[in-house]
Design a protein around this ligand. Sequence first.
Ligand code: F6P
Length: 500
Amino acid sequence: MPSTALAAIAALPIADLKSIFTTDPDRLSKLVLSQGPIRFDWSKTHLTDELMVHYLDLAQDQGFATRRDALFAGEAVNNTEGRAAEHTAERGEGNADSVAQAKALHNRMRALIDAIEAGALGEIRHILHIGIGGSALGPKLIVDALDGDGVRYDVGIVSNVDGTALERAIEGFDPHTTLIAIASKTFTTSETLLNAASAINWMVEGGVEDPYGRVIALTAAPDKAIEWGVDETRILPFAESVGGRYSLWSSIGFPAALALGWDAFESLLEGAAEMDRHFRLSAPNENIPLIAAFVDQYYSRVMHCQTRALFAYDERLALLPSYLQQLEMESNGKAVQLDGSPVDGPTAAITWGGVGTDAQHAVFQLLHQGTILSPVEFIASIEPGHALDPAHHRALLVNCFAQGAALMRGKDNDADPARAYPGNRPSTTILLEDVTPHALGALIAFYEHRTFANAVLMGINPFDQFGVELGKEIAKSIEADGAKGFDPSTMALIELALGE
Ligand code: F6P
């Protein structure tokens, strides 16, 4: 138990952000770190020199370096499932055998993409990607963020079992020129398989003679995909050791690689690999994901913040908050430590957010004056994503930076308390040079490693997700045997809505 470091952290007075640049004028040089095209600024958070010292001790007590090395070595860091977590191998960083295997599988994906581009599957204009959770959120984020002039296909990414989602996605798609990519690590996820079956029906009804001829499977369970009807030659496997929410770098990234081009996909991987090397090789006191985790730990465990808000001041990154919700909440929303004992404090905060400046006119009221304290993360890009009047981008960035300053500074108004702002509210600013594949790869890898670093500091396993199973089991049992035996509320709902 790393109680000494935690006790020392808890005993320190909480700094006041309103005067923090006066009490600590060198903050900017200490708390702004850059890695490749991304600049991270924690100077408007409550992190102080003293806290940093104790968090570095905590990291050491929790075996940070050892657990990080185990992650990259391909050891079974996912202890409850007895397997490795090898997303970094997809980017070329990690256990040599796993890196070689990932490379071979990427080559297979590239060969299939080349064949598709050469017309092997006939004319393709639309890509219908079907998957859920980690099998959809990553590709969706990447395609949406980088969907610039280079995109050569319409991409529809469908996850929800609600048929409206599929219906909307295929609206405007021609079944004769659509490629279906079924993305499922396990190839057992009921929503995905039902959507895939309906997509095949849509093709059949549209007069496609051999609908399975244009179906690709992206999976770690090739046998199941074959059993389902996908031809072996169109299966793009990935390793079992790549977790679902860490899988966009594997064949799950297929729609991005096809739509954006292989060079863009490689550049995404290389950006992530640079962040991997930074995380693996940097000393703890200059390790960006680890320092971000110190800040997270301070707000959730010392200042009892139950949420962390994240606003992308860039439309290209509009899907980043929902991507990070899965990454952070599915990874660290846990109640037990590695040895199975209960955790000694809160784990993952609730990640939420949206885009600026929209959010300023919707939820920022609470952030400035509400009684709940939530640290805020701003993400912006120096370069705009459009060619309109530069006034747009200037206004966007000015607003972003103004919000951080306002949260920190606040404003007194003794005469009219309703118009007073308490200030002393923390924010982090992450500034990208531009939203390129390389920068986006590095940014996502930063979040992955930050999530892992948080898990290490709390002594938990971020790589399992048993919490999602019970609901699935109950849904299955209701499908099979009806609601009999359930509570009266559930039975009444089923009777009313399903007539059973
Ligand atoms: O239910 C949660 C989950 O297992 C996620 O972790 C995963 O990303 C998602 O479902 C989809 O799983 P699969 O890729 O196996 O269809």
